[in-house]
Ligand binder design. Structure first.
Ligand code: IDP
Ligand code: MG
Length: 168
């Protein structure tokens, strides 16, 4: 068994096109477990940190606007963590290639994605690319208490009166 976790984001174009149900139905084919889910209003800081490895690309600024929902008047994304055997590979296969025109037609991106006239790849979902990226991304989008299994080491700290868990 090679269990892994993958961060999935239903991007603002997916939400605007009412594709949430379709995307979740496709992902359920994997038989993986959803271990976290929440709607997130994406700050510029979160967007830039999420896509930090692409910061030198010419499309970076547009990409940050896209994931923040500024191009779709939907200032939110749905963030989920899928967990189980080969989660990353299975979810990326279902998502299809980054460029929706090159993605397999039956994949999520092939079915629902498009390239805008401005050249942005609107490809409906994000899926972590490998285990290192998945860990970095999941820790960015979720606190330990928002995930129902112990994926990564965490520790308790005192915040005023109450104790909260943070990533170690
Ligand atoms: P991935 O989402 O398939 O892992 P990445 O290379 O990590 O692909 O790129 C992140 C996102 O940036 C893509 O999903 C897409 O929305 C956008 N993107 C990547 N490459 C291009 C490009 O060449 N032109 C326009 N947008 C791009
Ligand atoms: Mg990527």
């Amino acid at each position: 068994m090679n269990n892994s976790a993958a961060l999935i984001l239903i991007k603002p174009d997916g939400l605007k096109k009412s594709l949430t149900g379709n995307v979740l139905a496709r992902l359920s084919e994997t038989k993986l477990e959803i271990v976290a889910a929440r709607m997130v209003r994406v700050s510029k800081k979160l967007a830039e940190e999420h896509y930090q490895s692409l910061s030198d690309k010419p499309f970076f600024k547009a990409l940050v606007q896209y994931i923040q929902g500024e191009l779709h008047d939907r200032r939110k994304v749905m963030a989920l963590v899928y967990w189980g055997e080969d989660a990353i590979r299975k979810c990326r296969n279902l998502a299809g290639a980054t460029n929706p025109e090159e993605a397999e037609p039956t994949s999520i991106r092939g079915s629902y994605g498009r390239i805008t006239t401005g050249g942005i790849y609107e490809n409906v979902i994000h899926v972590s690319s490998d285990e290192t990226e998945a860990e970095r991304e999941i820790k960015l989008w979720f606190t330990p208490d928002e995930i129902i299994v112990d994926l990564y080491p965490s520790k308790e700290i005192k915040e005023g009166e109450k104790k909260v868990k943070v990533w170690k």
